[in-house]
Design a protein around this ligand. Structure first.
Ligand code: SF4
Length: 441
């Protein structure tokens, strides 16, 4: 049987998709790209934003007609499945199975039952061990991979549905994480990204070692060249963790540190647990450790109660910090969350107007920062052939910026020095000073 997984959402979902693919392949199924040709289509869902949810339901409408024509097995996994539970059948009664994120290890069982006409619905919380190992498949030619070290969240930011669908925080035992990474190194992996909804609260309340100590131990593993982690909460960015930057040679000089708003009033309504000034102080401490550290973030515009001054404070913060990039969104209310009941709704037109102003300003900052790199020589880990051109390779700097440059295919999976010659909004163009030109091989 052939299967397709269509994925929506964050890096945790990407990782879950990898895990399901590995399990299905082990179960004898073949992974393909074309939904029209598939016997099984699984949609791995995200409910963090209204737009992703709308896209999911409209996609399911189109998949219904494929199922009607070909009898394709249709399954839904991930956060919408967990949030809606059996009521998901009210809108999409034609699906064969639905599994919450903690139950994706039952994917083969659900497919097998569907072939016999038996539906499966499983939304047990914490049903899946975080220890579930995966093989590094489909992950950029095996040069990098991600490892889930914790899952869930205890923070209950007022706008966020994650604690309701991914459950409370739980961290993996460090020995198991280290063994998994050693296994990846033996398979040729050079870069590892540690994943968690709130990765820097790893083992916060209990557990064997702290997150900084885990980083130190990974840094000692021979063969690992680069370490990253995502996503960090500003309130859990401890001085010990900040000190790891610059001190651990394999820890890349890049951090994703969502601030969500530059207004203390809105941060309090969001239940974020820090002020604008706390955030600025953390950025200053990071830049003291690593002057050219890349800093990216998330921000929500148009949160209930946001007035002109609050928005001005947010704009002020992005102009002051000069982030390398920001994922920004207009607020949309989510089921079960406290923010959905807050007064002071910002009209959609106004929220979109603010968002466009925000994004235009940030885009200019991103391009300016990328152009500052022109003429610099940087270390690039080459991942693959570039999507732009068969003649180019694509890799990333330690600061996680995409670089496209001409080079021979035997450079894939290698660390090379590249001189930056152009800076765009989403990538850099470079040249390999050692390349002699000629045909790609
Ligand atoms: S820290 Fe806040 S925004 Fe992040 S997953 Fe937890 S509740 Fe959601």
């Amino acid at each position: 049987m052939k299967f397709v997984i269509e994925n929506f959402g964050c890096q945790m979902n990407d990782h879950d998709m990898e895990r399901m693919s590995a399990l299905l392949i082990d179960g004898g199924l073949t992974c393909i790209d074309d939904a029209q040709e598939a016997d099984v289509i699984i949609v791995n869902t995200c409910c963090v934003r209204e737009k992703a949810e709308q896209k999911f339901y409209s996609r399911m409408g189109r998949l219904k007609s494929i199922k009607a024509k070909k009898g394709t097995i249709l399954g839904v996994t991930g956060c919408i499945a967990q949030l809606e539970k059996r009521s998901i059948l009210d809108r999409i009664p034609f699906i064969d199975f639905a599994l919450g994120p903690s139950n994706i290890h039952k994917i083969n069982e659900a497919v097998e039952r569907a072939t016999k006409g038996i539906p499966s619905f499983d939304f047990t919380e914490n049903g899946c061990s975080t220890t579930l190992l995966i093989k590094p498949i489909n992950q950029n030619s095996g040069v990098k991979t991600s490892v889930t070290i914790m899952k869930g969240c205890n923070n209950f930011c007022s706008y966020c549905v994650v604690p309701y669908v991914r459950g409370r925080e739980s961290s993996r035992e460090s020995g198991e994480v280290l063994d998994e990474i050693r296994g990846f190194v033996a398979a040729g992996i050079k870069e590892v990204t540690l994943l968690g909804q709130n990765v820097n609260s790893y083992n916060k309340s209990s557990g064997d070692i702290s997150f900084p100590e885990l980083l130190r131990r990974i840094n000692d593993i021979d063969g690992i060249e680069r370490i990253r982690f995502v996503t960090s909460h500003p309130k859990d960015l401890s001085p010990d963790l900040i000190d790891c930057f610059g001190a651990l040679d394999k820890l890349c000089e890049a951090i994703h540190l969502p601030f969500q708003s530059g207004s203390d009033k809105i941060l309090e309504l969001m239940n974020r647990g820090y002020t604008k000034n706390d955030y600025r102080e953390k950025i200053a401490a990071l830049r003291t450790r690593c002057k050219d550290m890349a800093i990216t973030a998330d921000c929500i515009v148009g949160f209930p109660g946001e007035d002109e001054k609050d928005f001005f404070d947010t704009m002020n913060l992005i102009e002051e910090v000069r982030f390398d990039n920001i994922f920004s969104f207009a607020y949309s209310p989510r089921k079960f969350t406290r923010a959905a009941t807050l007064p002071g709704e910002v009209a959609r037109d106004l929220a979109m107007e603010r968002l466009h102003h925000f994004q235009d300003t940030q885009k200019a900052i991103t391009i300016a920062k990328n152009r500052v790199m022109i003429g610099k020589k940087v270390e690039v880990l080459v991942e693959d052939i570039s999507k732009n051109s068969e003649e180019e390779l694509m890799g990333r700097t330690r600061t996680n910026k995409i670089v496209n440059f001409k080079g021979k295919r035997n450079l894939i999976k290698k660390l090379v020095e590249v001189e930056i010659i152009k800076g765009y909004a989403n990538s850099l163009k470079g040249k390999n000073p050692n390349a002699k030109g000629g045909a790609l091989c």
